[in-house]
Write a protein that binds this ligand. Structure first.
Ligand code: HAM
Length: 418
């Protein structure tokens, strides 16, 4: 019986797993600079949390959630995204009573039963950032500059910001009807999903990839209420101060009901259909809708898989695997008990000094050990045989130039630490 990973999930080996870690590391560094703290929430929640937050008529809730009953008959779901969980945790732990403004980030897998294709997985990584308690457009600005800094640091140069305002509940109501009236004459030409969307939530028609070409000239201008128009204007003015080009794109409406006012996506031109690599928006009503206090909020999430694909698509040379100079691969010239025990003791001491050690020890021939050393992540191999054990010394071989040096313990540690 051969088991295989479930379609839409994948095993991530090095070097891709290392690229994942490097991206996460970049995001963590920036999170600290922007004042975000990590929040870890459960991977599954009550299904109702997502139905209520994301919206009953959204694709995610209607078609893509992994819903199951646990042994106690509870209706649960693997999280399809992180914002709803952050909101739930924020309310449950009464964070608003402890601090006026909060900044959380999270890193983890999300699950959606979408049709797998390039860039679209059923389990995928997200790094999300949420600002709670901030109604000013400067919060959007802060998140957008953060995303830009993460992309720049990681070497993704072509991500392009597409930004829109979908207004608040008040101004969106009238526009929804206007939009519906405008699209109705074309209803028969829309895809099956959009025909339903047109009745239940005409905004959704706007970001349908299939129907998008049919909509030219049909999207009426959105006259937002004064407060929403002002919010949008201030944000655009702030963005003008950055060397970051952006498109005001009325087709960006996002597939979640919780959004209010600003929504955006960073799209990457080289990724084909699944080009959104980082998306977000404001959700001023969500905390209240979930039974919490009235707390405005805004956030975004990077798709890790797609961000790395964007990096690769830009033709960035795969980072040359830089060998770790702070560690050794142990090669034993003898497998006598005394030498093996000397090697194991050496490994322990090196690790206690913060230095890396890898080895095959015991039965492999010296030649095979040297071959493994060459393939290892370390820049050196440490040769230990009868002579070294007796003299309590260490032969360090540089795997790049082949140079060998005999060193006493202290010198060995100094050399590997620099
Ligand atoms: P989202 O647009 O659904 O937003 O997901 C954010 C990012 O996750 C997308 O831009 C994309 O890169 C990645 N992503 C989404 N679905 C998949 C998939 N099936 N396979 C691979 N990558 C995928 C949210 O999840 C919101 N919670 C973002 C947010 C945070 N809004 C406010 N705060």
């Amino acid at each position: 019986m051969h088991y295989q990973a479930i379609r839409g999930t994948r095993d991530i080996f090095p070097p891709l797993s290392e690229a994942f870690s490097a991206f996460e590391e970049t995001a963590r560094e920036k999170a600290a600079l922007w004042g975000f703290e990590e929040l870890r929430t459960p991977t599954f929640e009550e299904a109702g949390l997502f139905q209520r937050s994301i919206g009953e008529t959204t694709d995610i809730v209607e078609k893509e959630m992994y819903v199951f009953q646990d042994r106690g008959g509870r209706n649960l779901a693997l999280r399809p995204e992180g914002t709803a969980s952050v909101a739930r945790a924020y309310i449950e732990h009464e964070i608003a009573k402890k601090e006026k403004k909060s900044r959380f980030f999270y890193i983890g897998s999300m699950f959606r039963a979408e049709r797998p294709q390039a860039g679209r997985y059923r389990e995928f990584g997200q790094i999300g950032f949420e600002i709670l308690g901030e109604s000013e457009p400067s919060a959007e600005f802060d998140l957008i500059t953060l995303a830009d800094a993460i992309f720049k640091d990681f070497g993704v140069k072509k991500a392009r910001l597409h930004l829109n305002s979908i207004g608040c509940l008040a101004c969106r109501g009238d526009y929804r009807q206007e939009l519906k009236n405008s699209l109705e004459p074309k209803a028969a030409t829309l895809c099956e999903d959009c025909q339903k969307r047109l009745q239940r939530n005409p905004f959704r028609v706007l970001d349908c990839k299939k129907c998008s070409p049919l909509l030219a000239g049909l999207i009426p201008p959105f006259a937002k209420c004064g407060a929403c128009a002002q919010h949008e204007k201030i944000l655009f003015n702030l963005l003008e101060t950055l060397p970051l080009p952006y498109n005001h794109d009325p087709k960006i409406v996002r597939g979640f009901d919780y959004y209010t006012r600003t929504v955006w996506e960073f799209l990457h031109p080289d990724l084909g259909a699944q080009s959104a690599i980082c998306s977000g928006g404001r959700y001023d009503n969500l905390i209240k809708d979930l039974g919490g206090p009235e707390v405005p909020a805004v956030g975004l999430a990077f798709g890790i898989d797609r961000s790395l694909e964007a990096n690769a698509a830009e033709g960035k040379e795969k980072p040359a695997v830089t060998k770790n100079k702070n560690g050794v691969f142990l090669c034993l010239a003898s497998n006598s008990d005394a030498v093996v025990s000397y090697a194991l003791k050496t490994a322990t001491l090196l690790r206690e000094n913060g230095l890396g050690v890898s080895y095959s020890l015991f039965k492999d021939s010296f030649k095979s050990q040297l071959r493994q050393a060459g393939k290892s992540r370390f820049a050196y191999c440490l040769i230990l045989g009868e002579d070294e054990q007796k003299a309590q010394s260490y032969k360090l071989k540089n795997l790049t130039d082949g140079q060998e040096t005999d060193l006493p313990w202290q010198k060995l540690v100094e050399k590997l630490k620099c």
